[in-house]
Design a protein around this ligand. Structure first.
Ligand code: PMV
Length: 341
């Protein structure tokens, strides 16, 4: 390779898992496969200025403000991936990054953040090591993003994305994510809303690193990993046939199981807030009364991702959310995103 100073940029959206990844082995190998929707609007935009030949150092700015902690994390990450990008420690980095969604909203900024950095790194790699095919470049970006934050590897592709080896998904791998085959997806799943109710903004009570670690001693962990693997069997059929009722049951079950795992950890964590429970009950009541497909998923936090398809009932669902659910939110209210492919 031959390096030179260069500025590159990359943009990457966040994602929300339907079958959750929670628990991992060494080298960011997931304990079970997961599948997520890539969001369309919640993105991280990143610019990397690489000064060749300078001593290795990393400076990061989030929306113009220097972030020393984040820089330390990136420094460690770059050292970690040197065997895949041999030039990476041979210069100085200034990284400027901004999210298009509120900070500390519980929307996975690590997924969009590492996705965007991986894209920038692949742009630099093409300059220094030569061009490779677009497919190969995306796959390597997904591989690199995984080493930053596991779920980030799914953000490199749009649509429904699988990470982790599953017998049900051809070509799936523990090392990088792959798009779920579009011909196997019913149209009803190809235009979906994700409205994130910001019930609790601010620092999460448990980081995902700590959360994954707690699965090492959780007595229910092995059963959970097996369940997640098995859940790909009904998921495959649901995605093919468009069975919304079964989709809703499976997706909500996955979210509650993730939270149950945290409650059964040692030490235990309850990641929901009062508002989370109120909203879940309101959703269930609404669904029982109206029969309309409004349901939820949760990340490792208190905010509720409201999921509903654009298939004719969305106006009535949106009216219900505005009238009945917004009152449980904090200052930023709701972040509206859509998954379309
Ligand atoms: O990528 P991490 O290590 O931040 O883990 C994310 C885990 C969940 O968001 C809770 C689930 C998932 O599959 O995205």
């Amino acid at each position: 390779f031959s390096i030179s100073s260069k500025t590159v940029s990359g943009s990457c959206p966040s994602n929300i898992a339907l079958i959750k990844y929670w628990g991992k082995y060494e080298h960011q190998i997931p304990a079970n496969p997961s599948i997520s929707y890539t969001l369309n609007h919640c993105r991280t935009n990143t610019e990397i200025e690489f000064s060749a030949g300078e001593p290795f150092s990393v400076q990061t700015y989030l929306s113009g403000t220097e972030e020393v902690k984040f820089a330390e994390k990136i420094e460690k990450y770059f050292k970690n991936i040197e065997s895949y990008l041999p030039w990476i420690l041979k210069g100085k980095y200034t990284i400027r990054t901004e999210n298009t969604f509120p900070h500390s909203s519980g929307i996975a900024s690590s997924a969009s953040g590492f996705g965007a950095i991986a894209k920038c790194l692949m742009a630099l790699d093409e300059e220094f090591s030569g061009k490779i095919s677009e497919d190969a470049s995306l796959r390597k970006a997904s591989f690199l993003a995984r080493l930053g934050s596991g779920s980030a590897c799914r953000s490199l592709y749009n649509g429904l994305i699988v990470w982790g080896n599953s017998d049900e998904v051809e070509g799936s791998s523990d090392l990088f994510a792959v798009p779920y085959p579009e011909t196997e997806i019913h149209d009803v799943f190809r235009d979906f809303n994700d409205w994130v109710l910001l019930i609790h903004e601010g620092q999460k009570s448990v980081s995902s690193t700590v959360g994954h670690g707690l699965m090492n001693t959780n007595p229910y962990a092995e059963r959970r990993f097996q369940e997640a693997r098995e859940n790909f069997i009904p998921m495959k059929e649901i995605l093919k046939t468009g069975n919304m009722e079964r989709f809703i049951t499976l997706v909500e079950h996955e979210a509650l199981t993730l939270h149950a795992m945290m409650m059964m950890s040692e030490p235990a964590f309850i990641l929901m807030k009062t508002g989370t429970l109120e909203v879940i009950n309101k959703i269930w009541d609404f669904r029982a009364e109206s029969g309309l497909p409004l349901f939820f998923t949760l990340d490792a936090g208190a905010n509720v991702h409201l999921l509903f398809p654009n298939n004719g009932s969305e106006d009535r669902i949106k009216a219900f959310i505005e009238a009945e659910l917004l009152k449980y939110t904090q200052k930023n209210g709701v972040v509206k995103d859509v998954m379309k492919f």
